[in-house]
Design a protein. Structure first.
Length: 361
């Protein structure tokens, strides 16, 4: 007998942290880095490793696994050394090519890594150059630290698998599926993967996509994730509740969420909306302008906003020295918040089969 929907990721709970843990990361405790800057740098690091993965033509499973490890790594190490973030991203990618069985030569990973840091065409780099040799040494040394930080625990579950289950269970429009998929990809630029189990993240992306495609006059986000009204009769076990015909609560009933899950779902949706709301999304994908203006389902008075507008964060990174070898130059064109940032999405001109959904390459 298979596990109920959304319960397959329970093995990864040792890597799930309460939101309050973000106030006690090494970056904040040992380096006094403000939360908004840490989140900004995490997003930049993930975007950098995504770009390496795309250049290496890696499957989405490797990209998402590497991004998850990146977030886990910085629950144990500080982001203070910005140059190390680039090598950490490359090491995460290199390790993911092994665990996800899409092996790439260390030399090839090093060439892409070095070319992106220095804005050089990889074709201009010689395989046996000292620069590439040094880059390989850096990646291998960083991989050793990464393995120790991860405690050799490579298991990663993605919310995309839960989204596929939702898409298979209910015939949704292509636009809704694309929107949910894109939000799930973008969620890796936030620490959601170390805060909530995959089913919660998948439901958050699905419900947001529902709301976006149905329009602001549809059922509100608060209503979509509200606890069901108590019954005067004896309580019915969650597994025996009949599936409601109301599509607005489909994801909640599909995953059989309890009260604690609904609270986590509200937090996940709020964090996603805070992230989008803080971005400069001019000239980005069409769905971003709409989702960035959505009001969160409820207020969370116990914490401040995790994301501030980019204009408030940039002054905090002005101390990073400029130069041709500075990774900030490489990633600035793709960081969430820059006008050129584009979300990680599939080719929107062709409709992929559900069976192909897990490969965004």
């Amino acid at each position: 007998m298979g596990s109920p929907p959304g319960e397959r990721a329970i093995t990864g709970t040792q890597w799930l942290f309460p939101i309050s843990a973000l106030a006690k990361t090494p970056s904040r405790q040992t380096s006094n880095i403000p939360l908004e800057k840490e989140l900004y740098d995490r997003a930049r690091g993930v975007e950098f490793l995504f770009r390496i993965a795309v250049s290496l033509v890696l499957p989405s499973s490797a990209m998402l696994t590497a991004a998850t490890w990146f977030h886990r790594f910085y629950m144990r190490y500080s982001l203070e050394d910005y140059h190390r973030q680039a090598s950490d991203g490359a090491a995460c990618i290199f390790l993911a090519t092994k665990t996800e069985e899409c092996g790439r030569k260390l030399r090839d990973v090093a060439k892409i890594y070095f070319s992106k840091i220095n804005r050089i065409d990889p074709k201009e780099l010689s395989d046996d150059s000292k620069e590439i040799e040094d880059a390989q040494i850096v990646i291998l040394a960083t991989e050793e630290v990464l393995l120790e930080a991860l405690c050799f625990d490579f298991v990663v579950e993605s919310p995309h698998k839960d989204l596929v289950e939702l898409f298979d269970a209910r015939d949704e429009s292509f636009d809704l599926q694309e929107c949910a998929w894109s939000i799930a990809n973008d969620s890796y630029r936030t620490p959601l993967c170390i805060l909530f189990r995959p089913a919660i993240i998948a439901a958050a992306c699905y419900i947001l996509a529902q709301y976006m495609t149905e329009g602001p006059q549809s059922t509100s986000l608060s209503e979509r994730i509200a606890s069901p009204a108590p019954s005067a009769s004896l309580p019915t076990p969650p597994t025996q509740h009949p599936m409601s015909s109301q599509s607005a609560r489909f994801a909640i009933e599909f995953f059989k969420f309890n009260e604690m899950d609904l609270s986590s779902l509200g937090e996940a949706i709020t964090i996603i909306l805070e992230f989008y709301g803080a971005q400069d999304i001019q000239d980005s994908a069409a769905y971003l302008a709409g989702v960035a203006s959505v009001t969160p389902p409820s207020a969370h008075p116990n914490r401040e906003h995790m994301y501030l507008p980019l204009a408030h964060v940039i002054p905090q990174i002005s101390h990073i020295p400029s130069g041709s070898n500075n990774e900030q130059q490489t990633t600035s064109e793709s960081t969430p918040g820059s006008q050129e940032w584009k979300p990680a999405t599939e080719d929107r001109h062709t409709k992929p089969k559900i069976s192909d959904r897990l490969d965004l390459s």
